[in-house]
Write a protein that binds this ligand. Structure first.
Ligand SMILES: [Zn+2]
Length: 315
């Protein structure tokens, strides 16, 4: 059993592991998962121990991960009797974790979650020293409406993508899990659309295997391997990522590391994106600028809604 959610002592809030990754890579956020303390998300259980009773993270900082990120118990992590996270304790001894994301958010929220530090103390060590039990039990008392279940919404695109990719061998599951994005509600299965079928519907999460990533002066271009057929003719599909957009991105360093590694990678890589639908455009031919050819293309508008990753088993 894996935890996808834990209580962050520095933020005094419950975070998903995808929130943690987002914060770790965010150059504008004062956050480092290595110095935070992650505690059991069960309020009652957490209140029973001091803040040294922590969980560890898995793939919280790896830009290009293969195995599903999660929180897990350390060998010495304790839980109260009946805590639903106690059974995960056994895995601390090194048993293999089931490598799939089991917590399907029912909504992908398009505006980014704001994480506010509620405590005036910035150092987690200070919090540890100052009556942690009292502080924690106060929080429990004021959060009676909350429970330890995982948050139902996410604003981190990697979370629904991980649900889809790691459960790709279980189509029934993907067809049964609901997902809401904006005003549109469908199943995970229906929301993820192979790039070659992008004409089927607008506003979906499109994905496909990357053929090449071109590094131009003012943009990167991601070419997809599959083509779109229109009137019995095949058209190439691509998306452009403006370098200006990347320069101003709060996760710039991690993003550049990822796309440069992807451009040089010999592994099969896939691109997932949401928010734009490639449209047929006529572009001048390089060899003969008077001639044009058609290509389905889009400019990515929000880098938070694009992912390049390996996705074993999707084809
Ligand atoms: Zn617990």
């Amino acid at each position: 059993m894996k935890f996808d959610t834990a209580y962050s002592l520095s933020l005094d809030d419950k975070l998903s592991i995808y929130d943690v990754r987002d914060l770790n890579f965010d150059e504008t956020a004062d956050f480092d998962s290595d110095t935070d303390h992650f505690l059991c998300p069960n309020d009652v259980c957490r209140a029973a121990f001091d803040t040294g009773n922590t969980l560890s993270t898995f793939n919280a900082k790896n830009v290009n991960y293969k195995r599903t990120p999660h929180f897990k118990n350390k060998t010495g992590t304790r839980h109260i009797e009946g805590c639903r996270y106690a059974s995960a304790h056994r895995n601390a001894a090194g048993e293999s974790d089931d490598d799939r994301e089991e917590n399907f958010p029912s909504e992908f929220v398009l505006t980014r979650r704001q994480y506010e530090r509620k405590s005036h103390l910035t150092g987690t060590e200070n919090v540890t020293l100052q009556e942690p039990t009292k502080a924690l039990s106060n929080r429990v008392a004021t959060s009676h409406g909350h429970n330890d279940t995982t948050p139902d919404k996410t604003s981190v695109f990697a979370h629904p993508v991980e649900c889809y990719v790691s459960n790709i061998d279980d189509k029934d599951k993907l067809k049964s899990m609901p997902l809401k994005i904006g005003e549109h509600t469908a199943t995970y299965w229906a929301f993820f659309k192979k790039i070659e079928y992008l004409q089927d519907n607008k506003g979906l999460i499109y994905w496909g295997r990357i053929k090449a990533i071109k590094d131009y002066t003012s943009s990167f271009r991601i070419d997809f391997e599959k083509k779109v057929w229109l009137d019995k003719k095949p058209y190439a599909v691509n998306v452009y990522l403006s370098k200006k957009l990347i320069e101003n991105y709060r996760k710039r360093t991690a993003f550049l590391e990822q796309i440069k590694a992807a451009a040089a990678s010999e592994h099969a890589l896939y691109c997932f994106f949401y928010g734009v639908t490639p449209q047929l455009k006529l572009v001048p031919s390089k060899k003969n600028p008077e001639q044009t050819f058609g290509v389905f293309s889009a400019n990515i508008e929000n880098l938070d809604h694009l992912i390049i990753r390996e996705a074993p088993g999707v084809e």
